[in-house]
Design a protein around this ligand. Structure first.
Ligand code: PMP
Length: 388
């Protein structure tokens, strides 16, 4: 008989994010590892949540989410991405994470093969495995991180049921193009696959690249699930209000899983998220300008200190190319040294790889105030100068 401990042990017991944050605390380092803002939080959203706590019921809201928020999500995507949706397409979940879990538990049956694309966000692999699925992992091609369609086609076999995509990509900040998504659509149609697309970073695009959801691609509209997150859109990662958006029959299946994962999501935060999504475009533009300014500051500072920063359109992260920066160690080794010796925590991009984990890239989060970013640059510059 297998021991209980063996049966309980599984993948991803402690994430790299927790580990690096722990080291940052231990060594008093600036934490550019885990992705969360240390900036003033949007007062409009805080006020809306406070008012909702006082004015609305705090009992179980409807299982699929407040109709008001489901409608607001549909309207927001009509306005920002030209998608034609109604509340029937939307299931509100406790964060994007739960939307991913509910979707995979709805879609994956034991033995199903699912194609994952690395670098990959750490939740995908354990969720596929917990659903009984078998992951087939392919890799984006650095340094542009393009999607290799040939490798994707080759990974699809008779047992393949779906593909998990992430655009904009965490960790590397690049975005799938319409051409790439159309190629995915052709494969999905030919092999009758679903496509789960994690789009939680869709509002954090700084260079004007249009965000394209698989839901906007005709061949994918009926077979794609889009995952979004209010925590990311409003820069409050603790809020854990997210959603899955899909064709009504698919959305109903996902709601069936959400029912037994968390059942509902705190109603006050749902009311507030609904108000937030209806804020004028100027509010979202100002958020982007704020975060884009911080990104530019970190990139310029690092480039000035001799680091090679890879181009990226979106997310709260930038990626350093270590070899091109004159640093020869692998990313995992360098991340450990930087937190201990330079006092800056980062995340090695290899942590986002299920296979072939040695890479030469580090991820840094820029959502900190300017003083913190400048101090981090000074520390990194000193570390690099000592190695020259
Ligand atoms: N997907 C990606 C790619 C993410 O980066 C994150 C958060 N870091 C999530 C999902 C989880 O989103 P949430 O906090 O809304 O659960």
């Amino acid at each position: 008989m297998t021991s209980l401990a063996t049966r309980l042990s599984g993948p991803a017991d402690t994430t790299i994010f927790e580990r690096m944050s722990g080291l940052a605390r231990e060594f008093g380092a600036i934490n550019l590892g885990q992705g969360f803002p240390e900036l003033p939080e949007p007062p409009e959203l805080i006020a809306a949540a406070q008012a909702a706590l006082a004015e609305h019921s705090n009992q179980y809201p409807p299982m699929r989410g407040l109709p008001r928020l489901r409608g607001a999500v549909a309207d927001y995507y009509a306005r920002t991405q030209g998608l034609e949706l109604t509340a029937d397409n939307v299931v509100i979940t406790s964060g994007g994470t739960e939307a991913l879990a509910a979707s995979l538990f709805a879609l994956v049956a034991p033995g199903d093969e699912v194609v994952l694309v690395q670098p990959l966000y750490d939740a995908y692999l354990p969720l596929v495995q917990w659903a009984g699925g078998v992951a087939k992992v392919i890799s984006l091609t650095p340094p542009e991180w393009t999607l290799p369609i040939d490798a994707l086609a080759a990974a699809i076999g008779p047992k393949t049921r779906g593909i998990v995509l992430n655009t904009p990509n965490n960790p590397v900040g690049t975005m799938l193009t319409r051409v790439e998504l159309e190629a995915v659509g052709a494969l999905a149609e030919a092999h009758d696959l679903w496509v789960l697309c994690d789009e939680v970073w869709e509002a954090m695009v700084f260079d004007g690249t249009p965000h394209i959801s698989p839901l906007a691609i005709p061949s994918l509209a009926a077979r794609a699930i889009k995952v979004g997150s209010a925590g990311k859109i409003f820069s409050m990662t603790g809020w854990k209000v997210g959603w899955a958006v899909a064709a009504p029959e698919l959305a109903a299946k996902i709601a069936g899983r959400h029912q037994f994962l968390t059942f509902t999501t705190p109603p006050a935060l749902q009311w507030a998220a609904a108000e937030g999504l209806a804020l004028p475009d100027a509010w979202f533009d100002a958020q982007r300008a704020l975060y884009g300014g911080l990104k530019a500051r970190l990139v310029l500072g690092l480039e000035g200190a001799g680091f090679a920063v890879l181009p990226g359109s979106a997310t709260w992260f930038i990626t350093i190319d270590l070899a091109a920066s004159g640093l020869s160690a692998t990313d995992a080794v360098l991340a450990e040294r930087l937190v201990r010796e330079a006092g800056v925590a980062s995340i090695p991009v290899s942590a986002f790889y299920a296979q072939a984990p040695e890479t030469g890239y580090l991820r840094l989060c820029f959502t900190k105030n300017e003083t913190v970013l400048d101090e981090a640059v000074a520390r990194l510059a000193k570390f690099r100068a000592q190695r020259d």
